[in-house]
Design a protein around this ligand. Structure first.
Ligand code: ATP
Length: 235
């Protein structure tokens, strides 16, 4: 479904991604783990067209997307849940969700998807008229995920959904991630510093170090890999 072929991404002179190749098949949850500053967020930004690669190619269902604008990429069905949520704090929950459907015109299906996300996160249904900024961190993460789902993505890019949340909330969020993947057949690319959680939730994973992919394998193999256990699982 998604193929990154030897991409190189720069911020001015900073060479953030070095020859990164990643493949994701439809229906998978694939995770990208790595330390702070390894280049995980940049990988997502390159896919979504916010930090496009200077060299290399990105294909979504065999269509090149590395030269498309972020809008065009969303229209193709790729949507990112950014790190730190970035919901609209002064808009209500419902207004935030409306913004997620901004590029769509199929009103009937938008209503169905709204019902689906409010069922997925009943707390958002309860708080539908409350301003986004007054929600707890976990609720804001739920809102950010729901807002992305309102664009009806086929591929959901998630940047550190566990960041800054209490363990119980993180567990809830990860259960929902699996549910979204299995119920609505949404393919998920999950970037996480919490390797334990991410490897349990995903089917396959990649390890990134200093802007390079060092390992790519099934999550079962990654969890039994000595180097991964030592460096990322604290074992
Ligand atoms: P984190 O877990 O801290 O978000 P990360 O693995 O997502 O880390 P990136 O944020 O992708 O890593 O950063 C990769 C490299 O690019 C780092 O060296 C970082 O300092 C640099 N970088 C990231 N964003 C910018 C930017 N806007 N301008 C300049 N350099 C940047």
């Amino acid at each position: 479904m998604l193929k990154l072929k030897n991409i190189q991404t720069f911020y001015g002179n900073i060479h953030a991604l070095k020859d990164v190749s990643i493949e994701i098949s439809e229906g998978e949850i694939v995770t990208l783990i790595g330390a702070n500053g390894a280049g995980k967020t940049t990988t997502l930004m390159s896919i979504s067209g916010i930090a496009p690669p200077r060299l290399g190619e990105i294909y979504f269902e065999d269509q090149p997307i590395h030269n498309l604008s972020p809008n065009q990429i969303v229209e193709l069905g790729i949507c990112q849940v950014p790190e730190g949520r970035r919901i609209f704090p002064y808009l209500t929950v419902l207004e935030n969700l409306d913004m997620g459907a901004f590029l769509r015109s199929d009103k009937e299906n938008i209503k169905k998807d709204l019902d689906y996300v409010l069922e997925l996160f009943p707390i958002l249904a309860e708080r539908r008229h409350q301003a986004g900024g007054t929600l707890s961190g976990g609720e804001q993460q739920m809102l950010a995920i729901s807002r992305a789902l309102m664009s009806k993505p086929r591929l959901l890019l998630m940047d550190e959904p566990s960041l800054g949340l209490a363990p119980i909330v993180v567990q809830q969020i990860f259960e929902i991630i699996s549910k979204i993947n299995s119920e609505s057949n949404t393919t998920i690319f999950l970037v996480e510093q919490n390797a334990n959680l991410a490897l349990k939730a995903a089917h396959r994973g990649y390890v990134m170090e200093n802007g390079r992919i060092t390992i790519g394998d099934t999550t079962d193999n990654l969890m039994s890999n000595e180097d991964v256990r030592k460096a990322y699982l604290g074992m």
